[in-house]
Design a protein around this ligand. Structure first.
Ligand code: AHM
Ligand code: MG
Length: 329
């Protein structure tokens, strides 16, 4: 019995939810379940560190740069360490590609899964007490278990994801994930140290009135994007742009809306990374009834060429993304 979108009661703990879901799949080994628990646990640790950021002097740039040449914040580094540690100890993942590391981390174990992760997205918002997030994708490895991990294990199309999700460290902390059978959201209760199901079988409204784009870069946008922005203004849409992809995406998932990071004259492929930002959110968007494209191509079908590849992103409510795309000639 492989039904997918089974209604489990709001308030059930994440642990129990994962267990119940696993029981529904005859041949499930429990490894993916354990992997999700590991990520959820690392999320608790990172959440604790983020909440301390204002209290102790751990926030702020530490003077090093990540592989994209951007300043790394201390918490980026810490989050990267926490997730890698949790996944290493868990043993289900054999390799990790992270925004913070140039090369793949081969965990040299018997794990069957590969993780692509942005350990702390929206890091420019850390110091200003604005929501940030973690984004992750899970793939099955292609090469034999136990052998050295190869590029092709990581460079898989988004359609090959077996699970994807994000943690949102906001006014409350949430874990939202999919294994390809609907999208489920869990809210973290810090005093109990537990995640509880708060959003069952999430569906993004087919349309909305919110558009999220960094209009400061307007002059460098393609004409099609400028025309879509004009359409939004003509229709009295609201502009909402947090500058943390997870937070902007999450709001649009709940309320309906579109998030766009287009190509610009300065950055022709946009800013966001295919493997550990766009694919995970595209999988979630589609599972929730939305869509995600580069403007011309389904994100989940983009063939990755390199670990830190960037792609333009148009994601959110189906009708809004379709409308935005209709301006492309
Ligand atoms: P990061 O991974 O370095 O944090 O960059 C990704 C972030 C997204 O969360 C956000 O939507 C976007 O960059 C904001 O970029 P910009 O300041 O160019 O609008
Ligand atoms: Mg990021």
């Amino acid at each position: 019995m492989e039904d997918s979108r089974i209604a489990l009661p709001i308030g059930i703990t994440l642990d129990r939810f994962i267990k119940r879901k696993q029981e529904e799949f005859q041949y499930a080994t429990g490894e993916l379940s354990q992997l999700l628990r590991d990520i959820a646990l690392a999320g608790k640790v990172v959440n604790r560190e983020i909440n301390k950021a204002g209290l102790i002097n751990i926030s702020g740039a530490i003077g090093t740069q990540n592989v994209q040449g951007e300043d790394q914040q201390k918490l980026d580094v810490l989050a990267n360490i926490r997730f890698i540690r949790a996944l290493t100890k868990g043993g289900e993942a054999c390799a990790i590609v992270s925004e913070e590391d140039e090369e793949i981390t081969d965990l040299k174990n018997q794990g069957r899964y590969v993780i692509a992760i942005d350990p702390l997205d929206g890091s420019s918002n850390i110091d200003v007490n604005v929501s940030i997030g973690t984004i992750f994708s899970v793939y099955r490895r292609i090469t034999p278990v136990g052998s050295p991990v190869k590029k092709e294990d990581v460079l898989q199309k988004g359609i090959e994801q077996v699970a994807a999700g994000y943690l949102l460290y906001g006014s409350s902390t949430m874990l939202v994930y999919t294994t390809g059978h609907g999208v489920y959201g869990f809210t973290y209760e810090p005093s109990l140290g537990e995640y509880f199901l708060s959003h069952s079988d999430m569906i993004i409204p087919a349309t909305g009135k919110t558009y999220s784009i960094n209009e400061g870069s307007y002059n460098g946008f393609p004409e099609s994007v400028k025309s879509y922005i004009q359409f939004c203004k003509d229709n009295n849409y609201s502009a909402r742009y947090i500058g943390s992809l997870v937070a902007d995406f999450h709001r649009n998932l709940l309320k309906g809306g579109i998030y766009i990071y287009p190509p610009t004259t300065k950055i022709p492929n946009g800013k966001l990374r295919l493997l550990y930002e766009c694919n995970a959110l595209a999988f979630i968007a589609e599972q929730a009834g939305g869509i995600a494209t580069t403007g011309t191509q389904r994100i989940l079908e983009v063939e990755p060429q390199e670990f830190h590849q960037r792609v333009p992103l148009f994601i959110g409510s189906k009708e809004m993304v379709e409308k935005a795309q209709s301006f492309h000639t």
